[in-house]
Ligand binder design. Structure first.
Ligand SMILES: CC(C)(COP(=O)(O)OP(=O)(O)OC[C@H]1O[C@@H](n2cnc3c(N)ncnc32)[C@H](O)[C@@H]1OP(=O)(O)O)[C@@H](O)C(=O)NCCC(=O)NCCS
Length: 156
């Protein structure tokens, strides 16, 4: 437990009731897959990723995920969101540090990537603060209508 009393654990089917109001947020709907809560949790367990609920003092406040290369991508990616009421309190930054350390310890990938669209300055800031440097600009595609950034953090 850190000073903020944050923990990670795997998503569970019975998180759906707590998750439902969190997904009903325009920013999360804008940047993540819009699915009903139970389907969203099931999708985290489809073998394409390792997703973790972020809890603060036992309350659900976010998500952080490590996605395996796939869907035409050559690299592993990390992603995150924070519940609207818990933003600007260091939750995503903490979760990104945790999953980065866990991923490099559990797997042998030489680097981790983080993708966001150009008009998501919050995600860009979290990436930079987490030691993920801007590596390339990405053209629109793959369901993303705007250009994006790929940030990269190399294994230390
Ligand atoms: C982007 C997001 C994950 C940030 O989560 P968070 O828990 O608020 O992030 P942190 O508190 O760790 O933020 C760290 C710093 O990043 C910067 N930052 C965070 N959100 C920002 C925003 N909307 N605009 C500009 N800078 C922002 C700030 O410098 C912030 O520090 P500060 O609050 O002390 O100013 C959150 O706003 C979110 O869930 N958005 C919707 C989903 C999403 O965009 N996910 C990422 C898809 S790639």
């Amino acid at each position: 437990m850190g000073a903020m009393d944050l923990t990670l654990r795997a998503w569970q089917p019975d998180d759906a009731d707590a998750l439902r109001p969190l997904l009903d947020d325009p920013e999360i709907r804008r940047w993540t897959r819009a699915l009903p809560a139970a389907a969203w949790i099931a999708a985290q367990q489809d073998g394409s990723r390792h997703s973790f609920a972020v809890l603060r003092a036992g309350e659900l406040v976010g998500n952080v995920a490590l996605k395996t290369p796939g869907a035409g991508l050559a690299y592993w990616t990390v992603g995150y969101w924070t519940a609207a009421h818990a933003r600007h309190q260091g939750v995503a930054s903490w979760a990104l540090r945790e999953i980065t350390a866990w991923a490099f310890g559990a797997f042998t990938m030489p680097s981790l990537s983080l993708l966001h669209q150009v008009d998501n300055p919050g995600s860009c800031a979290v990436a930079n603060r987490g030691g993920y440097r801007l590596a390339e600009q990405l053209p629109p595609g793959g369901g993303y209508p705007r250009p994006g950034h790929r940030h990269v953090r190399d294994r230390a």
